[in-house]
Design a protein around this ligand. Structure first.
Ligand SMILES: *[C@@H]1O[C@H](CO)[C@@H](O)[C@H](O)[C@H]1NC(C)=O
Ligand SMILES: *[C@@H]1O[C@H](CO)[C@@H](O)[C@H](O)[C@H]1NC(C)=O
Ligand SMILES: *[C@@H]1O[C@H](CO)[C@@H](O)[C@H](O)[C@H]1NC(C)=O
Ligand SMILES: *[C@@H]1O[C@H](CO)[C@@H](O)[C@H](O)[C@H]1NC(C)=O
Ligand SMILES: *[C@@H]1O[C@H](CO)[C@@H](O)[C@H](O)[C@H]1NC(C)=O
Ligand SMILES: *[C@@H]1O[C@H](CO)[C@@H](O)[C@H](O)[C@H]1NC(C)=O
Ligand SMILES: *[C@@H]1O[C@H](CO)[C@@H](O)[C@H](O)[C@H]1NC(C)=O
Ligand SMILES: *[C@@H]1O[C@H](CO)[C@@H](O)[C@H](O)[C@H]1NC(C)=O
Ligand SMILES: *[C@@H]1O[C@H](CO)[C@@H](O)[C@H](O)[C@H]1NC(C)=O
Ligand SMILES: *[C@@H]1O[C@H](CO)[C@@H](O)[C@H](O)[C@H]1NC(C)=O
Length: 410
């Protein structure tokens, strides 16, 4: 395989997302109904009225629930993040091992796979307390299970300096069901967390952009036996994706929100028509999957990104800005066969080497990247095996791996 048609990608996510045709049920919950003109003020009034009704109706029950919630949140998070005031998520102790050295970090809250879900605001708050000590930017992959709102709420409560790339992770084979389901919750989150700026004008200062599509073209080509993103097959997939991108732009414009709209794909799988239609592209660049040795990994990643993505973007009329959407190094494998990529192994020592050779150097030369990733992901190791679940800076229990975080400003 030549560099240009090798995905160097982390996860065959289509195995997870591609096989649930018919599971989606349109929901009539008021929570997911489109309400583009609802202002934050209106929402607060509604929420206020609801809270008043609950207080009058079941005041005692509410008191019990709230006190339970507080005690469980302070005890469950005390091992990784200590809050000096258990009622105030913004009053947490900094961990001296963590340095705010990363341009950005890739993050998925645990329990955000539809339809299982199971994430929680308490957990996301702990994650944001930790991640805010490493970076000021995170990227999400999708919007299922309310993750955009949870992250924005956690940022508000922790009062940290954190911006987020929110995302819609559509699939090509479900007639837009996954796209639509996520578009509705994104719209709702933007309505709630946008700051009312002027009449009907929402400001979304800590939202970097909305990414539509994650490895969409790569998956489309794989599913249809093709490899060239700009082939007829690639363009057919692009047409589906362009429909979703168009819908997101229309949704934002309907809401009078001015936000960048982008796309993420494997670093050599961008379709030109897609990239020409977005403000930014985010490229997955994985030395591990390209069988590069860890000693060459940082330089290879940078060069691959320049040659395949930065140059492509410069050749397009809209000149989209490009970042590395994922790069990192795994530390473990479920099986011996996947422990090595040929020249190097999946170990914490090798993650350390990649951290030491990539992070501060990339900061210094202005490369925008989202380090892959925040936490080990249990669902991936269960579903895919191999190294898939073991890319975190932290284990899934939120303990820092045996690594030293580089110390440089981003
Ligand atoms: C939290 O506090 C406990 C008790 O003082 C201490 O042992 C632990 O190291 C602290 N954890 C962090 C992450 O600072
Ligand atoms: C917050 O982070 C951004 C970079 O994401 C930086 O430009 C800004 O100065 C930071 N703000 C504060 C108050 O530190
Ligand atoms: C989504 O999360 C936000 C922030 O925690 C919360 O206010 C809202 O009720 C949640 N929605 C659902 C349906 O869980
Ligand atoms: C979406 O597509 C329609 C039909 O092609 C077009 O008229 C419209 O301008 C597009 N909207 C955006 C925001 O690109
Ligand atoms: C945008 O607004 C138009 C006019 O109200 C409406 O027909 C359309 O469905 C809206 N589109 C989206 C994506 O919200
Ligand atoms: C990496 O090596 C494995 C086997 O060691 C092979 O299956 C795979 O195709 C190689 N990948 C690339 C991109 O060369
Ligand atoms: C930018 O940083 C990368 C590594 O992080 C390095 O490999 C590359 O040589 C640097 N490029 C320049 C032009 O300094
Ligand atoms: C490494 O992977 C093995 C097999 O999945 C697992 O049993 C072990 O707990 C993992 N170790 C760490 C530190 O994650
Ligand atoms: C690596 O793991 C995958 C499952 O994730 C498995 O299908 C494959 O056989 C493993 N490769 C090797 C070389 O053991
Ligand atoms: C977290 O997980 C790691 C890896 O499995 C383990 O070594 C460590 O003891 C765990 N920490 C806690 C506090 O459970």
């Amino acid at each position: 395989m030549t560099a240009l048609n090798t995905p160097y990608t982390d996860t065959p996510l289509r195995q997870h997302f591609g096989d649930r045709r018919g599971e989606f049920q349109a929901t009539n919950d008021t929570w997911t109904e489109k309400a583009p003109t609802k202002s934050k003020k209106t929402r607060y009034l509604v929420i206020g009225a609801l809270i008043l009704a609950i207080l009058i109706g079941v005041g005692v029950a509410l008191g019990v629930v709230l006190s339970k919630k507080n005690s469980s949140s302070s005890s469950s998070s005390s091992s990784v993040v200590n809050e000096t005031d258990s009622n105030d998520p913004s009053s947490f102790e900094k961990d001296s091992r963590l340095k705010q050295s990363f341009y950005g970090i890739a993050y998925t809250p645990a329990g955000s796979q539809y339809p299982a879900c199971g994430n929680s605001l308490d957990d996301v708050i702990t994650d944001i307390q930790l991640l805010s000590q490493l970076t000021t930017r995170i990227r999400l992959y999708g919007a299922d299970c309310n993750q955009s709102a949870l992250v924005l709420e956690a940022i508000e409560q922790t009062k940290v300096n954190m911006s987020v790339v929110i995302a819609n992770y559509p699939i090509a084979t479900d007639d837009g069901a996954a796209y639509e389901r996520q578009a509705l919750v994104i719209e709702d989150a933007l309505t709630t967390y946008g700051t009312l700026f002027a009449i009907l004008q929402l400001r979304t200062d800590n939202i970097i952009g909305v990414t539509v599509g994650n490895e969409f073209i790569l998956d489309y080509l794989d599913d249809n036996g093709a490899t060239d993103p700009n082939s007829d097959v690639g363009n057919t997939g692009a047409e589906i994706l362009l429909g979703f991108i168009n819908d997101t732009k229309t949704m934002l414009s309907n809401m009078s929100i001015s936000l960048q709209v982008g796309n993420a794909d494997a670093g050599s799988y961008f379709n030109d028509l897609v990239l020409e239609d977005v403000d930014y592209g985010m490229a997955n660049v994985h030395p591990w999957f390209a069988n590069v040795s860890v000693d060459d990994a940082a330089g290879w990643t940078w060069l691959f990104f320049q040659d395949n993505d930065v140059e492509l973007a410069e050749s397009l009329s809209n000149n989209p800005s490009m970042s590395i959407a994922e790069t990192g190094w795994p530390t473990n494998s479920t099986d011996a066969g996947n422990e090595s990529n040929g020249p190097s192994t999946a170990t914490e020592a090798n993650l350390q080497t990649f951290l030491d050779t990539f992070v501060c150097q990339a900061n210094a030369n202005g490369t925008e990247y989202y380090f892959f990733e925040a936490f080990d992901e249990v669902w991936k190791l269960e579903e895919f095996g191999g190294v898939e679940g073991y890319w975190g800076l932290f284990y899934s229990n939120k303990t820092l791996k045996d690594i030293t975080i580089p110390d440089c400003s981003s």
